[in-house]
Design a protein around this ligand. Structure first.
Ligand code: UDP
Length: 245
């Protein structure tokens, strides 16, 4: 985590204590000064994954910013008497970054998702953010051992690199490769290309405002229930962190 950043520790994972607008100011100035950045958006399932998989925990320790993308994280911070200002959805943050990129005519690289999803996401970006220069893209079904993606990124030097490989692959890819580059903001964006492509719909705004986006997602993608089994364990662990003081 960046030095001088105010954070809230939830089960060993340090979340940035900032609202979306202030975070965007910090990120924009890091982009302007070509300060390399590793950004993770995390929910309770991800925190539990980090607790259970040491390798993933180490990856999160190397992130510059961990953003609370889940109402469960906001509730946990409140239980620990160290409240976080708001949930920052990964998709919203990506769209804000695309707006900045459009405004500043930046270069972006897209890594991940199925080929048809990726190409529809690219079409959307081209029509909604015409000043963005998409300097490269690669679908998410590639040979992990090959270095051709990182070689390509090194050559084209994008300002923003969105990695949509799902958790934990996307953070693993960033962690293993970020040292090869001179600059760039690297962010794991999960299923955000699917949303951009119109393949997956986000919850209606009322659901989002009622903090029920997770429920909407569960109804639309019921296979996610297995992952959500981690949530009761998360709550138990947060309560014992509180009791330990
Ligand atoms: N994906 C990919 N390569 C893989 C596995 C997944 O590109 O090896 C893509 C998948 O096509 C989808 C995204 O990663 O577009 C995962 O979306 P999901 O909503 O499951 O993300 P998560 O909830 O894990 O953040």
């Amino acid at each position: 985590m960046s030095k001088n950043t105010d954070t809230v520790n939830i089960l060993g994972v340090n979340f940035i204590k900032s609202d979306k607008n202030s975070l965007m100011q910090v990120l924009t100035s890091r982009i302007d000064s070509e300060n390399k950045t590793f950004l993770v958006t995390a929910n309770p399932e991800i925190v539990m994954h980090a607790i259970e998989k040491e390798e993933y925990f180490t990856i999160l320790e190397n992130a510059d910013f961990i953003v609370p993308d889940g109402i469960g994280i906001i509730k946990a911070a409140a239980i620990l008497n160290n409240p976080l200002p708001e949930r920052i959805a990964g998709y919203d943050l990506m769209v804000d970054l695309l707006q900045v990129a459009n405004h500043k005519c930046l270069k972006i690289y897209l890594l991940g998702a199925e080929e048809n999803v990726l190409s529809r996401a690219i079409d959307q970006i081209r029509s909604r953010f015409p000043n963005i220069n998409i300097v490269g893209h690669q679908n998410g079904y590639f040979d992990w051992e090959s270095n051709s993606i990182s070689e390509q990124i090194s050559k084209v030097k994008p300002d923003l690199i969105f990695v949509a490989l799902g958790v934990p692959k996307q953070e693993k890819w960033i962690y293993e490769n970020i040292h090869k580059f001179d600059k760039g903001l690297f962010m794991g964006v999960g299923g955000s290309f699917d949303v951009l492509a119109g393949n997956v719909k986000r919850a209606p705004l009322v659901w989002q405002k009622m903090n029920l986006e997770w429920l909407y997602r569960l109804i639309k993608q019921p296979w996610r229930w297995k992952r959500m089994m981690a949530i009761p364990r998360f709550v138990t662990k947060v309560i014992s962190q509180k009791n330990r003081g």
